[in-house]
Design a protein around this ligand. Structure first.
Ligand code: NCD
Ligand code: ZN
Length: 346
């Protein structure tokens, strides 16, 4: 007898959709399962103004196949020149749901990010005033800091001082990868949440480096030790409302990942829900999957939960394509390294 699990339709609180041919290729992979997604603004050039976000939103909706429903929740890329009035107007109209902070140079397409945090104070204060969340890529870029320590150091050097200096600012610490980040979020009184990806619930740093270098497991923040992965699994499956799904599904062509200097990002949109169901089942936490995928995120963002539902069915192992064709070349789909028994659908 097959088992089913019906949950409110999930949302993805951190997603890279790209543009052009890549957008057209990856959008259906998300829209098939997710009702809404916080869409990252790290295009080249980045989405900085309300007008740019509106144009990007139109391109996303134009790329959506007939018969699919999907609501892109737009974000602005914070720069040292960002105009607080433009941010407030874009938020006031409902177009923009968050502002994204990339420390300059922290990750893919982050060259226009923030170097001098004092220069973005007026924007952060305005955001605190209107309740607009700041999504934070939480890694320092100091080359002296070991890449495996960059998230923990960011909390002490940047995030905590910034939150203290801007009372009332809602912050999402994105794609957390360490027990330090989990503890920091749990210790906060209010106004702080974190997204967790599916792949960081599955891989640790051995997956990237042991027995050969595996570029498709390389993403930023880089996966850490097993004890950190366990802390993430605990946070995701524990039911705490401050943790919710942000896949950080970040498509790059195989040609860009499989080279001497491969770029960062795991493409997970296609099979995220099957992976998550497997992870939650192993923790005997399937009854808490809906909170993580469908309830905690809207609650933090002040949005209604989705009325539609999605059913997962347990049965014989399901397979997904190993790669999808993007028009620019193939994009490898995340391989969790174990069988997936939950398929989306009745
Ligand atoms: C993301 C990308 O490719 O845009 N890459 C990644 O490794 N996660 C950028 C990001 O979210 O850091
Ligand atoms: Zn990302």
């Amino acid at each position: 007898m097959s088992r089913t699990l019906t949950i409110r339709r999930p949302d993805d609180w951190h997603l890279h959709l790209r543009d052009g041919a890549m957008l057209a290729a990856v959008l259906p992979e998300t829209a098939r399962h997710f009702a809404r997604a916080i869409v990252m603004p790290n295009l080249v050039p980045p989405v900085v103004t309300g007008a740019q976000a509106a144009a990007y939103r139109d391109r996303i909706l134009a790329a959506l196949p007939e018969g699919m429903r999907f609501e892109p929740l737009m974000t602005l890329y914070l720069t040292e020149d960002t105009d607080p009035d433009d941010v407030a107007a874009a938020a006031g109209s409902g177009l923009v749901r968050a502002v994204k902070l990339y420390p300059a140079g922290a990750t893919t397409n982050s060259a226009s990010g923030v170097q001098d945090f004092n220069r973005v104070r007026p924007v952060l204060e305005r955001m605190a005033g209107i309740g607009l969340p700041l999504c934070v890529h939480g890694e320092v870029t100091d080359p002296q800091v070991d890449i495996f320590d960059r998230e923990a150091v960011f909390i002490d050097r940047v995030l905590d001082p910034m939150r203290r200096a801007t009372p009332g600012l809602k912050v999402v610490m994105e794609h957390v990868t360490t027990s330090e980040a989990v503890d920091y979020v749990k210790g906060a009184q209010t106004g702080l949440a974190a997204t967790i990806t599916a792949h960081h619930l599955v891989i640790n740093r051995n997956h990237i480096l042991a027995g050969g270098i595996r570029p498709h497991y390389y993403c930023l923040p880089v996966a850490k030790r097993e004890r950190h992965r366990r802390a993430l699994v605990g946070a995701a499956t524990g039911g705490d409302a401050r943790f919710f799904l942000g896949t950080d599904s970040a498509p790059h062509t195989d040609a860009r990942k499989q080279q001497a200097c491969g770029c960062a990002g795991c493409f997970t949109a296609t099979n995220t829900l099957s992976v998550l169901a497997e992870v939650f089942e192993r923790e005997s936490a399937l009854d808490r999957l809906e909170r993580f995928t469908s309830r905690n995120g809207p609650a933090f963002y002040g949005l209604p939960v989705n009325e539609e539902t999605l059913t997962l069915t347990r049965g014989a192992p399901v397979t997904y394509p190993e790669r999808i064709d993007s028009g620019d070349g193939p994009v490898t789909v995340f391989d969790p390294g174990f069988k997936l028994h939950w398929k989306v659908g009745a």
